[in-house]
Design a protein around this ligand. Structure first.
Ligand code: GDP
Ligand code: MG
Length: 291
């Protein structure tokens, strides 16, 4: 058989399980996952290589109506995923109101490439409700292949993989056959720390934070990392640090554990907090942070 390769872009509304699904399909935790919406801010590639195939997955931020410039850029990552896909994976779940974001769904329906429509989180559904939902999607999106699944329980995910292989076009590989992602080690450090911020802080704090790795020094035995946690206001700096530094200490400890798992090496992590006023609405700052 000839070599197959292509771009499989994972899209959908926030919180339906796109990142969880991509991590299962790639077999590595590349995308951070939390119960909060808008956890994913960039388009992240996850590459799966086989002897005669290469699948290049993209995880994208959920589709949101932009309220600030950062979200405009996030929406553009999602829209760009519509235009350069060989296969689209549209993820919905058993809870989603189906009229939510009909504009974006309409764009997906008009796409020329095959669409796999994943109804995720079936582990929390029952047969009757699921049957209704499958019928609904068959009617509303007849061109799509409907696959009920649970990314969390890895239910039906191997069928998704088989379907992708079947649909993948014949092509040479796009990336070296040992590549796993297009992102740098620093990027994953930033994401791992940001995940802890999303987990441990409330309200607008996680959405006002960006992480920057200032130093990443790897030797045989240990990786030494210095990272800055940027916030938008002075008051947020105090919240991040917490009473007697307890809060930031927890971020440091939990991040270090995950970093050591990710790199399979001892990690020394130093965190600093700085204020960058209004960075989410400042073009230069957004550009600097890669949006
Ligand atoms: P994204 O915003 O679409 O990338 O969604 P995430 O992958 O970050 O997941 C959002 C939330 O849904 C997290 O709390 C996940 O643990 C949860 N989740 C993802 N897949 C499943 C699933 O198959 N079943 C259940 N019950 N929860 C899931
Ligand atoms: Mg995500």
């Amino acid at each position: 058989m000839n070599h197959k390769a292509g771009f499989v872009n994972i899209i959908g509304n926030p919180n339906v399980g796109k990142s969880t699904l991509m991590n299962v399909l790639v077999g590595e935790k590349l995308s951070i996952i939390t119960s909060k919406s808008q956890t994913t801010r960039h388009r992240i590639l996850g590459i799966v290589n086989g002897g005669d195939f290469q699948i290049v997955y993209s995880d994208t931020p959920g589709v949101v109506k932009p309220a600030y410039k950062l979200q405009e850029s996030m929406l553009n990552f999602s829209k760009s995923a519509l235009s350069d896909a060989d296969i689209l994976i549209y993820v919905t779940d058993i809870y989603e109101k189906v009229d939510k974001n009909s504009d974006f769904l309409q764009m997906v329906k008009e796409s020329q490439v095959p669409v796999l429509l994943i109804i995720n989180k079936v582990d929390e559904s029952n047969e009757e409700d699921l049957d209704h939902l499958v019928d609904f999607w068959h009617e509303s999106f007849p061109k799509a292949e409907i696959i009920p699944a649970s990314a969390l329980m890895k239910f039906n995910t191997s069928n998704i993989f088989n379907k992708i292989i079947e649909l993948l076009p014949e092509s040479e590989a796009f990336y070296p056959k040992d590549a796993l992602t297009d992102k740098t080690e620093r990027f994953f450090v930033q994401e791992i720390i940001r995940e802890k911020i999303l987990k441990f802080y409330k309200k607008e704090i996680p959405y006002s934070v960006e992480i920057e790795v200032e130093e990443f020094k790897e030797s045989d035995k240990i990786i030494r990392i210095k990272a800055i946690i940027y916030v938008e206001r002075n008051s947020q700096k105090g919240i991040i640090i917490g009473h007697k530094g307890v809060a930031i200490k927890k971020v440091g400890v939990e991040s270090r554990k995950d970093l050591e798992r990710f790199f399979d090496k001892q990690v020394h992590l130093e965190l600093f907090v700085k204020v960058k006023k209004n960075w989410r609405n400042t073009d230069d700052d957004l550009k600097h942070f890669g949006y």
